[in-house]
Design a protein around this ligand. Structure first.
Ligand code: SAH
Length: 289
């Protein structure tokens, strides 16, 4: 697909920003592996925005906001490399080879991924492939769904009264199955668990955690389409997480832990839409200091 929209004013503004921030030039023959954030286009970094405006070709995943892609320069090539509804995603090895061959042609190649490229996003595999092929690359971090998406849901990933540890895990191993993990250690070691790609196996995960000593009535939450216009936050309990997770198939972060109770006072997005915040729990939990 060719990008032929007239967006000169926007791109000039991005160029000004890049120069004000002294951002590095995007040189020909380079690949930038960048994260676009969880959905809200405002969550991309300045470096990511600069890369979009400067790239000759953008190889992007599903879940990348169209508003961002519209900032590509006229004539830039946009290559979709994600999963379309009902179809399998492109093979990882094909994507990596495409990046190398585009870079060898002297293109400025932007590999744009959802969230952060190195968080459950195969960015490391692509970077290592590029390194092996001798292609120079830069990594541009992004806001990961398990942190920024939770912030949009009004669920703090840490709070000193609820958790000093947070564990991020994926419910989807390379073979599509639940990864083999030490559930006893996970259950005991971390008050807050943040789960990516975990809808399908949420019931099994909950069972394993309960068997390892977590309370069936512990708060759990499903944050779907975080930071997007259709974001939803469903609060439940651990024993019901599995059934709740199967009710929908939108991309979701699952959370387990007491920090979810802080949502009542921190749902700032809900408050914008008229919801009354109930911060009482926060006061009960912590001495103000
Ligand atoms: N690199 C990404 C994660 C890729 S794995 C990051 O750092 O965020 C894809 C999974 O991320 C989805 O299955 C879902 O669990 C989560 N995810 C990505 N975007 C999301 C969003 N907007 N809302 C909820 N979950 C999201």
């Amino acid at each position: 697909m060719s990008q032929d929209l007239t967006n000169a004013a926007e791109r000039a503004a991005i160029q000004k920003l890049a120069s004000a921030l002294a951002l590095p030039a995007f040189d020909k023959g380079w690949v930038w592996l960048a994260g676009a954030g969880p959905g809200d286009p405002g969550l991309i970094t300045a470096l990511g925005l600069h890369a979009i405006a400067a790239a000759d070709v953008i190889v992007y995943d599903a879940l990348i906001n169209d508003t961002l892609l519209k900032l590509a320069r006229p004539g830039a090539e946009l290559v979709f490399a994600g999963k379309r509804a009902g179809k399998r995603s492109c093979k990882q090895s094909d994507i990596s080879r495409t990046l190398v061959s585009l870079a060898h042609k002297g293109q400025r190649v932007l590999r744009l991924k959802g969230g952060d490229p190195l968080v459950f996003g195969r960015g490391a595999e692509e970077a290592l492939f590029l390194a092996q092929a001798g292609v120079p690359f830069r990594i541009v971090p992004g806001v990961t769904a398990g942190i920024g998406g939770l912030a949009y849901a009004g669920i703090p990933v840490t709070h000193r009264d609820t958790n000093h540890v947070v564990t991020f895990l994926t419910g989807h191993g390379a073979d599509g199955k639940l990864p083999q993990l030490d559930w006893q250690s996970i259950a005991r070691g971390s008050a807050t668990l943040v789960l990516y790609m975990a809808r399908k196996h949420a019931g099994t995960i909950a069972e394993k955690l309960i068997a390892a000593g977590r309370s069936p009535s512990e708060p759990a939450a499903i944050v779907s389409n975080a930071s997007c216009a259709d974001q939803t936050v469903h609060i439940t309990i651990l024993s019901e997480l599995g059934a709740a997770a199967l009710q929908n198939s939108a991309p979701a972060i699952l959370v387990i832990g007491e920090n979810i109770t802080l949502h009542a006072g921190m749902d700032w997005l809900g408050a914008i839409h008229g919801k009354l915040l109930e911060p009482a729990l926060r006061e009960k939990l912590s001495d103000v200091s």
